[in-house]
Every structure is written in structure tokens, then in C-alpha cells.
Design a protein around this ligand. Structure first.
Ligand code: ADP
Ligand code: MG
Length: 305
């Protein structure tokens, strides 16, 4: 197959591993920087062009693409991906599903509609609703989350009601969109990353925050270990990925006193942490899945919303 990896850089661990795995399985593979792509959206023949340098422009022809679109370029990246979809090119994750996953509010609503367990989460616009907002998640301590953030950067713990009010007012003051969420203290700064490909959790790890920190993101110094999933967790992760319409997803779960809760579904989960922690060849499993799934034809919209 001719496989295109939509990624800003071939030097990123995940991109490099996908290139290696595709070559090992005898595919032609290229890394494409979406910011160097352009397209005529009303052309009869939907195509994506690649500006290699000032003189050289070529039309991109792939049988399958693997989107690795960073959150800073979601809009343009998804537009390029959509153009491939219009041209009936298979993508392991579709643009609409990536967009769903990038908006935490939208993602929580979609998961709630399908009865997926999540921490109690609230959202409001009006300043008059602050008290109700705090009460609705059981009071302080509580978590505040910017709706469009990653790597734990927009996730804050308010230990007291006063701190919660101050943070809510500050977020409102700068016009940021945020969610208020029940703090799952008993998770003890750990979460579980389930790496879902198709309808299977192909690898899982537990990430634990450094001392004094509650966010377990590896980007924040969290450490990863292999973990044995409990039966309900595996099914929950697969279901969450399916509701979002993602065939490749990193589903993050917190172990709470009232069972496993999904906090996030990532559409471009990193490979470095999970391959290192589990010793599994995750990249190979992704390419193997694409070989099979792409035979079923170009994607039909999956998931809802
Ligand atoms: P990001 O997209 O920035 O990774 P997450 O929602 O995944 O945002 O939160 C980052 C980390 O913060 C999680 O991996 C988890 O360790 C911690 N966390 C998030 N939500 C909660 C919560 N409601 N209770 C306890 N810890 C949480
Ligand atoms: Mg996360």
C-alpha cells in the first residue's frame, strides 16, 4: 500500500516507529507535513497538493493515511484530512472524529449520551451560576479544565471553594472555555492509558504522577508501568473509542471508588510511552489493522455528533 503519515516531523518517535513498521510490512510510506499541503476544494477531482519547495509541487496519492495532527493545527490539519476523505482515501481516524476528541466538552457530552462512566462534569457560562457549578460536582476540592488543552496544561486542582471561585472568575475574565469536574482523589495521581486499535485494547499502562502532582501525563514527568486491566476497563475503553468514532485511540481511565471512569479519549496517542512500558510493537499492530480495515473500502462516518 501507499501510506501517508500526516505529521509535522519524521523525527518524532511515533512517526518514526510508524514509518519503520510500514516498511517492515512492505508498504511505501511517506511523512507529509500538512502545513505544506494545499487543495482546490471545488475541483471536480478532489486532490491534495504538496509544496516540496519553491519549484516542486506534486499531487499526493495514497491508499491510506494515518493522521497525527497536533492540537495546535487541528483546524488546518483536519481540513487537509477531509480533502483526502473527499477523494475516498482511507484514514484510520476520520477528521470528524478527531474534531470530536479535541473539544473536551463535546467529547464528554457524546460519551454521556451513550452511558459511558465519567467523573461528574459541569459547564456554565453565566457568572451567577458559579455557586451551582461548584455544588453540582460535590464542592471543593474540584478540577477545572480548559476545553481545548493537552499534556495536562489546562487542568487545575482547586483545593478549596475560595480557590475554585477565584479560578472560575479568572478563566471567565480572560474568556477561556472550561469545565468543572469532580476530583477523583482516590485515583491517587494515577491513571490508565488504554491503547485501542479497532475493537481491541492492544496495550495498556498505568501512569503515575510525580510526588505532589495529581496529573499523571508523561509530559509532566509521570512514570509508566505495564498494568493488568480489570475486565470492565477493557470493555469501557473500546466502547469509548467507538462512541467517538476513533479506530485508533488512547482512552484514559481513572479508577474511582464507584468504578472506572473515562476522562479523555485521545485521537493521536503517543507511541513512545506505551511501547517502552509494555515492550509491545504497537506501531506494527496499527499498520496490520490498516491493512485489514482499508480493504473494507473508504471510511463511512463512524460514531455520532
Ligand atoms: P489533558 O488533555 O491535558 O491530558 P486530562 O483530562 O487527560 O487532560 O487530565 C490530565 C491528567 O490530570 C490526567 O491524566 C489525570 O492524571 C489528572 N486528572 C484529570 N481529571 C481528573 C479528575 N477529575 N480527578 C483526578 N485527576 C484528574
Ligand atoms: Mg490526558
Amino acid at each position: 500500500m501507499r501510506i501517508g503519515i500526516l505529521s509535522r516531523s519524521r523525527n518524532l518517535y511515533s512517526t518514526r516507529r510508524l514509518v519503520e513498521a510500514a516498511k517492515e510490512r512492505d508498504h511505501e510510506v511517506r511523512v507529509i507535513d500538512v502545513l505544506k499541503c494545499y487543495m482546490n476544494i471545488t475541483a471536480n477531482n478532489p486532490a491534495v497538493y504538496y509544496q516540496r519547495n519553491a519549484e516542486l509541487v506534486e499531487e499526493l496519492k495514497f491508499d491510506a493515511v494515518i493522521p497525527r495532527i497536533g492540537s495546535s493545527i487541528t483546524t488546518y490539519g483536519c481540513a487537509v484530512l477531509r480533502q483526502f476523505e473527499v477523494g475516498h482515501v482511507y484514514s484510520i481516524n476520520e477528521s470528524i472524529a478527531i474534531n470530536r476528541s479535541r473539544d473536551k466538552l463535546r467529547a464528554h457530552q457524546l460519551l454521556a449520551r451513550k452511558g459511558i462512566g465519567q467523573p461528574v462534569t459541569s459547564y456554565a457560562h453565566s457568572a451567577q451560576a458559579t455557586d451551582k457549578l461548584i455544588e453540582s460536582v460535590g464542592g471543593a476540592p474540584l478540577i477545572l479544565k480548559l476545553t481545548a488543552s493537552t499534556h495536562g496544561e489546562g487542568v487545575l486542582l482547586a483545593e478549596t471553594k475560595k480557590a475554585a471561585e477565584a479560578l472560575i472568575n479568572a478563566f471567565r475574565g480572560i474568556g477561556s472555555d472550561f469545565l468543572v469536574q469532580e476530583f477523583i482523589k482516590e485515583a491517587g495521581g494515577s491513571d490508565i492509558r488504554c491503547f485501542v486499535v479497532g475493537k481491541t485494547v492492544i496495550a495498556a499502562m498505568q501512569r503515575t504522577a510525580v510526588t505532589g502532582e495529581y496529573r499523571s501525563n508523561l509530559h509532566r514527568g509521570g512514570t509508566a508501568q505495564v498494568i493488568k486491566l480489570r475486565p470492565g476497563e477493557r470493555a469501557l475503553a473500546v466502547r469509548a473509542a467507538q462512541v467517538m468514532g476513533l479506530d485508533l485511540a488512547g482512552v484514559d481511565i481513572l479508577r474511582s471508588s464507584h468504578g472506572p471512569l473515562v476522562i479523555e479519549v485521545n485521537s493521536s496517542p503517543g507511541l513512545e510511552g506505551i511501547e517502552t512500558a509494555t515492550g509491545k510493537n504497537v506501531a506494527d499492530k496499527i499498520i496490520e489493522y490498516i491493512e485489514k480495515d482499508s480493504k473494507l473500502g473508504p471510511n463511512k462516518p463512524k460514531g455520532k455528533g
